[in-house]
Ligand binder design. Structure first.
Ligand code: ZN
Length: 262
C-alpha cells in the first residue's frame, strides 16, 4: 500500500505544471515560471506609457515607458547624424499589451499546432518583454539588400553594427543573442532598456523586471551590470480591462489607438 502511495506521489510530481496560453491551449510551465522558454511579464501601467514621436517611429501607435524616451531619442539622433549608419534607425514595435500578444500568438491553427515551435520566435501572452513597455524592436531605413524588418539578415547591415556598438551606452541591450540558453530565436532587432546606469530615472524598475532574465540569460551586447541587491520581486501585474481588445481582420491584428486621456 505504501509503495502504491509513493508511486502515486512520484507520478503526480512528474507531471509538469501547466499554464493557459490560449483559449484552448495549455503549455508546460517550468519551475522558474518560464512557459515555452519565455519568462513571465505583466502589462505596463497604462499611465506610464507615452507615444514615441513620429520622426522616430516606423509606424503608428508606438508607445513606451516614459523613462525610455530620453535615451531612445538620444540614441536615434546620434544614429541619424553618423554617416557610418548609412540611414536611420527607427522604433518599429514597442509596447504590446498581453491581450494583443494573445491575438498574435493564438491566432489561427497555430494555437493548436506547434505552440512550442511558435514560441521560438513569438512569446506566449503574459511572457513577452514588450508588455513591460521597456522593450522594442528596431527597424532600419533604407532597407539594405532587400532585407525585411525583423529578419536575421539585418545583422549584416552597417546600421545594425552601429546599434550593437553603441546601444548599451544609451541603456539598451539585446535580449536574445545568438545561441542564447533561453532557447529563444536570435532576435537582433529586439532590445530592452535598463538604463545606462542604475541611477538613471526608471532604471531600477526596469532592472527589477528584467533581473531574472539578466542573471540567468545575459544579453549580448549588454549594459554592464551594477550591483543591485534584490530582496523581493512582486508577481507581474495584469491590468484587466485597461487595454482595449485588439482589432483583427483577415488574421492580422493591431492595437486600437489609445483613447485620449483627459
Ligand atoms: Zn520584439
Amino acid at each position: 500500500m505504501q509503495r502504491a502511495i509513493l508511486f502515486l506521489v512520484m507520478f503526480v510530481l512528474a507531471i509538469p505544471a501547466q499554464a493557459q496560453v490560449c483559449a484552448v491551449g495549455r503549455a508546460p510551465a517550468a519551475a522558474d515560471g518560464r512557459v515555452l522558454g519565455h519568462l513571465p511579464y505583466g502589462d505596463a501601467p497604462p499611465d506610464d506609457l507615452v507615444p514615441v514621436p513620429s520622426p522616430w517611429a516606423a509606424g503608428k501607435g508606438c508607445v513606451l515607458r516614459r523613462e525610455v524616451l530620453p535615451d531612445l531619442e538620444r540614441l536615434l539622433t546620434a544614429a541619424a547624424a553618423d554617416p557610418a549608419v548609412g540611414g536611420r534607425i527607427l522604433a518599429l514595435s514597442c509596447h504590446r499589451a498581453i491581450l494583443y500578444q494573445q491575438s498574435v500568438f493564438c491566432r489561427g491553427d497555430e494555437a493548436q499546432k506547434g505552440a512550442g515551435d511558435r514560441a521560438i520566435s513569438v512569446a506566449p501572452p503574459g511572457h513577452s518583454e514588450h508588455a513591460t513597455g521597456f522593450a522594442l524592436d528596431f527597424a532600419f531605413r533604407p532597407r539594405v539588400n532587400g532585407c525585411p524588418d525583423v529578419e536575421a539578415c539585418i545583422a549584416a547591415t552597417p546600421a545594425f553594427r552601429w546599434l550593437a556598438a553603441n546601444a548599451p551606452r544609451y541603456g539598451f541591450e539585446m535580449s536574445f543573442p545568438a545561441g542564447n540558453r533561453q532557447g529563444v530565436k536570435w532576435e537582433p532587432w529586439h532590445w530592452r532598456w535598463v538604463g545606462a546606469t542604475g541611477g538613471a530615472q526608471g532604471a531600477q524598475r526596469a532592472r527589477l523586471l528584467f533581473a531574472r532574465a539578466r542573471r540567468d540569460f545575459p544579453a549580448d551586447p549588454a549594459v554592464p551590470p551594477d550591483v543591485v541587491v534584490i530582496g523581493h520581486v512582486d508577481a507581474p501585474p495584469v491590468y484587466l480591462g485597461a487595454y482595449p481588445p485588439p482589432e483583427c481582420r483577415k488574421g492580422k491584428c493591431r492595437m486600437p489607438r489609445p483613447a485620449r486621456r483627459r
